[in-house]
Structure formats: structure tokens, C-alpha cells
Design a protein around this ligand. Structure first.
Ligand SMILES: C[S@@+](CC[C@H](N)C(=O)[O-])C[C@H]1O[C@@H](n2cnc3c(N)ncnc32)[C@H](O)[C@@H]1O
Length: 473
């Protein structure tokens, strides 16, 4: 297949908006040529750079990404390695914010994604929706921005300037107590929150319009990376509190970024299907014998609560409205942290005869007892390890029905030592589980290593490459 590399040029994107909203000049953005025939540019990367987004990869990917995302170049490498093209179909059963789906689409390959986190699912779906007139998006967004600024003005707030009065005098909108409790404390300050809620109200008046979803995703990105007090390093936390933030200008900046990328779309691209669903039951949604390749990064057994990473945008934008809803979504996750374990969980039956996993779970439990750790969460460390690998076994067993014979799989997973420093070689254990289910092990590629200060060992993040030979299921 003939592939071409396009020419990169610097865009003046957003200039007109920055004149209207002088508070926040737009960053220059590298303009990415998008074409179906895409030449992967391989670079030598250091360990520190390897998970970063290259500037030329910003288009579409950068509409919204979270700290858990893997880099587009990784997906490109496996698309190339697996010799995939327009005739194939790629599945990402843990698609997060859609890196595999966007990259597949850029290559003209149909993608299917599943994601259990409702906000990440939304982000993925919008990131592969390129059927939108960018001029309509920017024009309508300006109308909405003006309506927001006009409303703020009636309250004595100039949305283009930092507020220098006393916020006690302002009729600020807030969240009710129940909703506030879902948020990480102080993740957003009162005045920026007020502005976001006003903008959201103005945006919601357009909820039936095709550009609404893009507007909402733009707000999520502005919210997390410009407006909130959140910082990621890589754990989510609260940093320096911003008493005020240029909410409307930040949102418009994100809108212009999206419009800019949509203007680059030339020709037709395959549609992608993205399901809000559990990868342990994917055969209910994905047709039998329909998938040629899997490129994915499942959760790791590392005590990360994946819903906390997206909590602010999930709650403010209405994707999670109550504790009960949050719990219901969590039940669709592979168990990878003790905050998401439930009494009736039974995925461990899938690995009941796996001696290696049993040994690790027992070792964790013995170490807990010897260290005198007695909290409810610590008591669950052994159990969540069994449930994690059981959940992955269940996923890999179900996956077999949708794979075409000869399908190729790349699973990015990391070693972990989060449970009382007991080493869990995730890639090695997943390989053993997959082989027991009839997959062929092809090889393991090292993606990067991270030094664990707790164990003084290198933790490997690696890509387990498998092949489905197409035998009995
Ligand atoms: C490491 S992240 C994937 C990141 C993704 N590769 C990207 O580039 O954005 C793992 C994802 O799996 C999702 N997840 C966990 N359990 C799941 C399940 N049972 N079904 C579908 N998705 C699940 C999490 O919400 C999280 O978004």
C-alpha cells in the first residue's frame, strides 16, 4: 500500500477568538495532515518520553486524553507490525479515551471499542465523530459564549477579566450536597464552578444539535486542564487553588482546536462503534468472527480507582449523578482496586486452578498478617488480585468468539507491587491465562520500565503479543 507523509505547518488557529477574549491567547498548535494513507514515523524514544503525546499526534487525540492513555505511536507500531489495513477490524475492549479507535480511523481501519467508564466512553465516541461542520461548531460556540458572558455580566462578572471584587457578594451557583460529595474535595473553586455551571446551562439549550457533544467534550477538557485545581502526577490530586479562571475563553480555545482538526478531514473514514459496556461480556455486542486484531491496555492490579480520574467532568457534566449510579458503573469494571470489590463478586472462579496467582494472593495475605495491617481495604488485597486475574480470564474467554482465526492481539500491561510490595508480574500471568484458553503466545515487547522505590526493582510495562489460532471455544 502506498503511503504518503503530509506537510506540517503552523496554524494561527483561534486568532479571531483571542481578539474577542484577550484574557487567554491561544497556544499555537501543530497542524496535522490527515489522510487515509498514513506513514508512521518511528522515533527512538527515551523511557521518559515514551508515554508522551508527540506534537504531531495532537489532532483528534488531544480533544481529551487521560493520564491512563497510551500513546498513539504505540498503536501505530502494532497496526504496522500486524499488517493491518482497510480490510481489517480492530477491537479495543478497554478503549479508555479512544487512542486505538482514533488511530485506527486515521489509518482507514474500522474500530470497535468498549469502555465501562461512562465519561471515557463519551470521550471516545466524540473523538471518532468527525461528521460535523467545523464552521457551524465555531459559530454556534461563539453564540453560546456570548450568551454566557452576557449572563455573567448581569451578575457583575466580566467573564473576560479576572474578578477582583468580593465573591461573597456574588449569587454563585453551587452543586447540591449529595453531588458535591461525589467530587474530590477542592477540585474546583467556587467562582470557576459558577462560570462552568452558567456556560453548561447555555450549552444545554442546544442539546439536540449535532455540535452539542463536541461542545461538552471541549468543556470537559477545559475543565480538567485549565479551569480546575486538579493535577496529575500520575496520581490525581489537588494542586494550587485557582480562585478564578477564564472559563469561556478556555472552552472556546478547545472548541477551536476541535474545529481545526475537523477542517483537516478529507475523504471518507470508516465509522467506529463505541459501546458503554463490560469487556467481560463483549460477545453480547460484537459479532462472532468479526475482529482481526486487538490493541488494548486493560486496567492493572494497582489500586487505582479509574472513576476518580474522571470524577470532576463525570459529575459536573451529568455522567454520574449519584453514589448508586457510580456503584452501578463500577460493577462493570474488571476488579483492579479494593474500592471496587463487592460481596457477590466471583470472577476468581475463572483462575481457581492457577497456582501462580494463588501463590501471590496467599503471599499478600501472609504479609498483611505479619505486618499487622488490619484495615478493611488491606484485608481485600489478596482477594482483589484473584478477582483481577479472574476478570481478565473471563474477558479473554469471551473474546475468543468474536476473533477471526489468525487474529493478532497486543495487550499493554504493567508489573505491579501495590499490594504490600508483593511483586505481581502481570504480563507473565496474563500470558499463562491466555495460553490455557487456547491462545498462542507470540512474544513480549518491552514498552518501558519504571523503578519501584518500594521494592527497589524495575517494574516492566510490556506488550503481550498473542495470536488466536481459531480452535475450539
Ligand atoms: C489503561 S485504561 C485504557 C486507556 C486507553 N488505552 C487510552 O488510550 O485511553 C483501562 C480502561 O479500562 C476501563 N475498564 C475497566 N474495566 C473495564 C471493563 N470490564 N470493560 C470495559 N472497560 C473497562 C477503564 O475504565 C479504563 O478506561
Amino acid at each position: 500500500m502506498e503511503r504518503t507523509i503530509g506537510q506540517s505547518i503552523l496554524s494561527q488557529g483561534g486568532k479571531e477568538v483571542s481578539e474577542r477574549f484577550p484574557m487567554r491567547p491561544f497556544p499555537l498548535q501543530l497542524r496535522l495532515p490527515v489522510c487515509r494513507h498514513w506513514k508512521p514515523v518511528k522515533k527512538v524514544r527515551t523511557n521518559g518520553q515514551i508515554n508522551k503525546l508527540d506534537p504531531q499526534d495532537r489532532a483528534f487525540h488531544d480533544w481529551y486524553r487521560f493520564v491512563l492513555s497510551f500513546p498513539p505511536h504505540l498503536v501505530r507500531d502494532y497496526i504496522e507490525d500486524f499488517n493491518l489495513d482497510e480490510r481489517h477490524r480492530i477491537l479495543d475492549p478497554f478503549c479508555g479515551t479512544g487512542t486505538t479507535l482514533v488511530e485506527s480511523k486515521l489509518h482507514g481501519i474500522q474500530g470497535i471499542g468498549l469502555e465501562a467508564n461512562p465519561f471515557a466512553h463519551f470521550a471516545s465516541s466524540v473523538k471518532v465523530d468527525w461528521k460535523l461542520d467545523p464552521d457551524v461548531l465555531t459559530t454556534r460556540a461563539r453564540d453560546i459564549a456570548n450568551a454566557t458572558l452576557d449572563f455573567l455580566q448581569t451578575q457583575g462578572i466580566d467573564g473576560n477579566q479576572p474578578f477582583d471584587g468580593d465573591i461573597e457578594d456574588l449569587p454563585l451557583r453551587t452543586l447540591d450536597d449529595k453531588t458535591s460529595r461525589l467530587l474530590i474535595k477542592h477540585s474546583i473553586s467556587p467562582l470557576p464552578l459558577h462560570k462552568v455551571l452558567v456556560l453548561l446551562d447555555c450549552l444545554k439549550k442546544h442539546r439536540d444539535e449535532p455540535y452539542y457533544r463536541h461542545g461538552l467534550l471541549a468543556l470537559a477538557n477545559a475543565l480538567v486542564f485549565s479551569i480546575s485545581n486538579l493535577r496529575f502526577g500520575p496520581e490525581i490530586g489537588v494542586g494550587k487553588r485557582k480562585e478564578d479562571a477564564p472559563v469561556v475563553a478556555s472552552w472556546l480555545s478547545e472548541i477551536d482546536k476541535i474545529a481545526h482538526d475537523l477542517r483537516l478531514v478529507a475523504g471518507s473514514y470508516p465509522d467506529s462503534d463505541v459501546f458503554l459496556a463490560d469487556a467481560r461480556h463483549l460477545s453480547e455486542l460484537v459479532a462472532p468472527d468479526s475482529v482481526d486484531a486487538v490493541i488494548t491496555s486493560p486496567p492493572y492490579p494497582n489500586e487505582k480507582d479509574y472513576t476518580r480520574m474522571t470524577r470532576l467532568e463525570s459529575v459536573l457534566l451529568g455522567f454520574i449523578r449519584s453514589k448508586a449510579e457510580l456503584r452501578a458503573f463500577k460493577k462493570n469494571f474488571v476488579r483492579s482496586n479494593t474500592r471496587g470489590v463487592y460481596k457477590d463478586d466471583d470472577d476468581d472462579v475463572w483462575i481457581a486452578r492457577h497456582a501462580g496467582i494463588e501463590r501471590i494472593a496467599d503471599k499478600i495475605e501472609k504479609r498483611r498478617v505479619s505486618l499487622g495491617k488490619t484495615s478493611g481495604f488491606e484485608k481485600l488485597y489478596g482477594r482483589v488480585t484473584r478477582l483481577y486475574f479472574g476478570g481478565m480470564a473471563r474477558h479473554l474467554a469471551d473474546l475468543r468468539t468474536v476473533l477471526r482465526p489468525g487474529a493478532q492481539l497486543a495487550y499493554v500491561v504493567g508489573d505491579q507491587a501495590s499490594y504490600l510490595r508483593v511483586m505481581i508480574r502481570t504480563g507473565q500471568l496474563l500470558t499463562e491465562i491466555a495460553q490455557a484458553l487456547g491462545y498462542e503466545f507470540v512474544r513480549t515487547d518491552l514498552f518501558r520500565t519504571r523503578f519501584s522505590t518500594a521494592t527497589k526493582e524495575q517494574l516492566r510495562e510490556e506488550v503481550v503479543v498473542l495470536r488466536w489460532p481459531g480452535q475450539e471455544r
